[in-house]
Design a protein around this ligand. Structure first.
Ligand code: C5P
Length: 404
């Protein structure tokens, strides 16, 4: 599995809020993803959680004081600032937002924020009325315009008893944000439209035709494109996967619904990754009532669905269009045919008869054929890694398009 934080130095600043306990979980996730995590704590943070807890989770001494390096493992604040690949302050109190936004540096958390050149992230967490206060909002805006990535708090029950916006973003969200912060933004400015999963073609209210697609490949592509800086719209058929953080999701059911969604989003897209396993046929008629069981054999009349790719590529302008071909035989010849017939820039062909790969699996191997005659074989790897490799190829080929 990819570990996007492998060998990265992540600074985690804690300030005084009850949500410090969630930062302990964040530290654990960061370490699990391969990061070296260095924790900095304000005086108030130490009222909520001990430095010992954070040191135990990260394996590094915690910075609590600007000047006293009492522990042999402790690193001075300028060295911390210099070695950081990203600095995330979570939870960030109203007080630290005010200090940071006015450039104050009176403790280790705020001083390192001024001293570092690494990407800075702040995750506010406080009572809803405090968060909505115009002065706090002004500070948030100031931080944004100074280049901070502000990760907004979530809405819900607050520890103070109020209900509203103020909960620290979930550790998994913060992790995704940190991963993005350390990833080269080679898809910044791109609008990536991804389709994923199967479709359902109903015969009656309870029965439908579908396929084994889990959506994992498309969801991995959507997550990867967001991590690399793109705006991502994910058009998803019926799947049970959680929406990747940062991605805008539109749920659809049938091939027809997916066509409508793609048609709407395509004009604004710069890259289309048509990863969905769209049904090729649907029942010629859909009954409004459940079809009764009968003794006699039953044959079902089917009609072709609209070929979404073939329908949108004639309207292609700036878009780089990628199709997917899942085959059980004559992989390359069929994929080559699709590349031409559907007017694609790139086709990702995979052999779905391979054990442990393809539909439903977490791993896949693929051959990438492009309209310039290129051929790239990608060996069996996780769909998360494959998504990165496909995007690498898209970027490389687009540069070639721009150069021609
Ligand atoms: O022709 P085939 O279904 O094998 O082609 C697969 C590719 O075409 C995939 O990218 C799939 O998303 C797309 N497709 C489509 N509309 C359909 C069927 C497939 O866009 N009705």
């Amino acid at each position: 599995m990819s570990r996007f934080l492998q060998d990265k130095n992540i600074l985690l600043g804690l300030t005084g809020g009850i949500a410090c306990y969630k930062s302990a979980e964040l530290a654990r996730l960061l370490v699990r993803e391969g990061a070296e995590v260095f924790v900095l704590m304000s005086q108030a943070a130490q009222q909520f959680i001990t430095p010992l807890t954070m040191q135990s989770l990260t394996g590094h001494a915690v910075a609590t004081d600007l000047f006293a390096l009492s522990h042999e493992l402790q690193i001075g604040h300028i060295r911390l600032a210099d070695m950081a690949n990203a600095y995330v302050i979570a939870p960030a109190t109203a007080d630290v937002l005010a200090k940071l936004s006015s450039g104050q540096a009176d403790d280790v958390v705020t001083t390192v924020a001024l001293a570092t050149r690494a990407p800075l992230l702040v995750a506010p967490s406080m009572n809803v009325n405090m968060f909505e206060h115009p002065l706090v909002q002004r500070n948030v805006e100031r931080l944004r315009s100074a280049g901070y990535r502000v990760i907004p708090p979530g809405e819900g029950e607050l520890a103070c008893g109020w209900h509203g916006k103020g909960r620290l973003a979930e550790p998994a969200v913060l992790l995704a944000e940190v991963e993005r912060a350390v990833t080269p933004q080679d898809l910044a400015g791109e609008k990536v439209l991804v389709t994923a999963g199967p479709t359902r073609e109903f015969l009656d209210p309870v029965r439908f035709l579908t396929n084994r697609s889990s959506g994992k490949m498309g969801f991995a592509l959507a997550a990867a494109a967001w991590r690399r800086g793109a705006n991502v719209i994910l058009v998803a058929g019926p799947v049970t996967l959680a929406t990747p953080h940062g991605v805008e999701r539109r749920d659809v059911v049938s091939a027809e619904d997916m066509f409508e969604a793609v048609k709407q989003e395509f004009p604004r897209a710069t890259i289309l990754l048509m990863c969905a396993a769209v049904a090729d046929y649907r029942p010629a008629a859909r009954q409004n009532r459940k079809i009764k069981k009968q003794k006699a054999a039953w044959s079902l009349a089917l009609e072709p669905t609209v070929d979404i790719l073939a329908a949108v590529t004639p309207h292609k302008e700036q878009q780089f269009v990628v199709g997917f071909a899942a085959e059980t035989e004559q992989l390359e010849a069929s994929a080559q045919g699709k590349l031409q017939q559907k007017g694609l820039d790139l086709v990702v062909a995979n052999d779905v008869s391979q054990p442990g790969a393809g539909m439903e699996a977490d791993f896949n191997a693929a051959i990438l054929l492009d309209r310039f005659g290129g051929h790239l074989a990608l060996p069996l790897m996780s769909k998360i890694d494959l998504a990165e490799a496909i995007l690498d190829r898209v970027i490389e080929l687009r540069k070639r398009v721009a150069g021609t």
